[in-house]
Write a protein that binds this ligand. Structure first.
Ligand SMILES: Cc1cc2nc3c(=O)[nH]c(=O)nc-3n(C[C@H](O)[C@H](O)[C@H](O)COP(=O)(O)O)c2cc1C
Length: 203
């Protein structure tokens, strides 16, 4: 069974990006995946303090809720991340979490070339984002950030769902096409992971 983590990166509860991610979660569950939902604003996570204690063994020295999420992330082959666009990047909650994963980067590139997580050859990431404006480059900054974040998690940026022109809470409900697109992306992610796991098992 495909295991997927769904990370809600907005500080706003049940906001626009959350509504899209909920659809992706529902789609993945319909396809039989086990999905663990993580709402970042409910966790106490310090920003990276750049003390590099992780150079010793790849483990972050800050004692907070970060390891709890890391364990869920490690056990998942699918990663669904949703963040609104804040100043042409991801939200602060999302970025703080990403920066704490520098300890994994250190483990991967400085210590022992150790790749992260279960079945690294299968890992895939879905990025969902929303923004208020309609600019052509609205998602460019966030996509670059997410791509390199997923790389640390041994996952490729498999698919994006990017919705422009939603600002106030609930505006996403008018965007039926994006809600559907998210549901389908979740369903497809679960399906692809399941099929690849099956192929790997029969090798
Ligand atoms: C701090 C902050 C910065 C924002 N920066 C941008 C921006 O650069 N471009 C944009 O189009 N919308 C921006 N927005 C609007 C949000 O992206 C938009 O309201 C979005 O729908 C919020 O999604 P959420 O409900 O998932 O939090 C910003 C909102 C906030 C609160």
């Amino acid at each position: 069974m495909a295991k997927i983590i769904a990370i809600y990166g907005s500080p706003r509860r049940d906001g626009n990006s959350a509504a899209l991610l909920k659809q992706a979660v529902a789609g993945a569950r319909q396809e039989g995946a086990e999905v663990e939902e993580v709402i970042l604003r409910d966790y106490k996570i310090s920003p990276c303090l750049e003390i590099y204690a992780c150079i010793k063994n790849g483990e972050c020295a800050i004692r907070d809720d970060f390891p709890e999420i890391l364990a869920k992330l490690e056990a998942s082959t699918g990663i669904m991340l949703a963040s609104p666009i804040f100043f042409y990047s991801v939200s602060a909650h999302t970025k703080i979490f990403m920066d704490r994963c520098q300890s994994l980067w250190v483990r991967k590139y400085w210590i022992e070339n150790q790749v992260f997580g279960a079945a690294p050859e299968l890992r895939k990431g879905l990025f969902i984002s929303v923004g208020a404006t309609s600019g052509k480059k609205l998602f460019d900054g966030a996509i670059l950030t997410v791509k390199y974040f997923f790389d640390v998690l041994s996952a490729g940026l498999w698919k994006t769902v990017l919705c422009r022109g939603v600002d106030r809470k609930g505006e996403i409900e008018r965007k039926d096409d994006y809600l559907r697109e998210s549901f389908e992306a979740g369903r497809e992610l679960a399906k692809v992971l399941r099929e690849e796991e099956r192929k790997k098992g029969s090798r």
